[in-house]
Design a protein around this ligand. Sequence first.
Ligand code: GLA
Length: 364
Amino acid sequence: MNDFQTLFGRAPSFQAEAPGRVNLIGEHTDYNGGFVLPTAIPQVTRVELACRDDRVVRAWSETVDADTGVTTYQLGQETLRRAWIDFIQGVTRLLQLDGFRLRGFDARIESNVPLGSGLSSSAALTVALMRALRTAFDFELDDVSIARLGQRVENEFVGARVGIMDPMAASLADQGTALFLDCRSLEFERMPLPAGVDLIVLNSGISHQHSAGDYNTRRLECEKACALLGVQQLRDLSIADMERVVALPEPLCRRARHVITENERVGQAVAAMRAGDLIKLGELFCASHASMRDDYEVSIPEIDLIVELARKDPEVFGARLTGGGFGGSVVMLARAGTGRNVAERLASAYAKRSGKQPRILVPT
Ligand code: GLA
């Protein structure tokens, strides 16, 4: 038994949770100041917490510590350990830096958001923890501030240069609506998911590691493209600028083209959702995938295989890699009522062809 009482010898006083997210469209646009359209998935990370009178933090995560003990550190002495505890340490470090009066605490974490699956398990963790700390210590911290802090934890402490989409989704998105977010101004609108579709999220069984480099390389490529084009962010360019963009050296021309066309596709997807045009929405998913595969080069053969199988399925409107890439999950739209069956037949066809172990995450 690894309940809070057994781990820490008392009952928890606070509890909070935050969901994983799936991005419908708008990939690698967030750190370019562009647009994204994520929605919350049913999988959540839950934090139980009790305050302490000293400056000790003790934390335990069911996902990674099932066979090991509680991890302990002192507030103010956070040091990178290249382990999940870094997300907790990053939160406490930044809260203190920002002047929040933090004391020690015991925390127990459980989560069914799969790690490394492109569904933002790390933002679910930092946001859930900050929600619990906000209540426990009476912090004045609104949901957008929580999201901004969550991004800084990854950028400044963990060393992954992720954008604002995931913490914004974990902090503000809900199931049933998509968060149409302008990642520059952080203005957002909650858009109901279209009637007539089932959302499917299929995990490829291949996990990614963001801080491992490829993601940061893409960011650098975008920055180089901006410098050569004389703009602050790729968001500042549109299809009208394409002639200049494709004249950039390889691979910057393709990286920039992906971002610019992807921003355009988000706008078109929002219009298609408003109009209930599922065919158009599905086409945009497929075009987004092709762009991530060919121009941005963040897909892998296994993910391409799932997308290809999905596109051949008569019930599927569209499918694409979701999240940062280099593994992870595929998001698809299928005709309402068919989601579970479609997901099962695609999962089994994919398993047979790839030898990998897929997991159906949505529908649950
Ligand atoms: C990861 C990052 C996000 C975003 C996506 C790609 O999920 O955490 O900030 O850049 O990749 O869209």
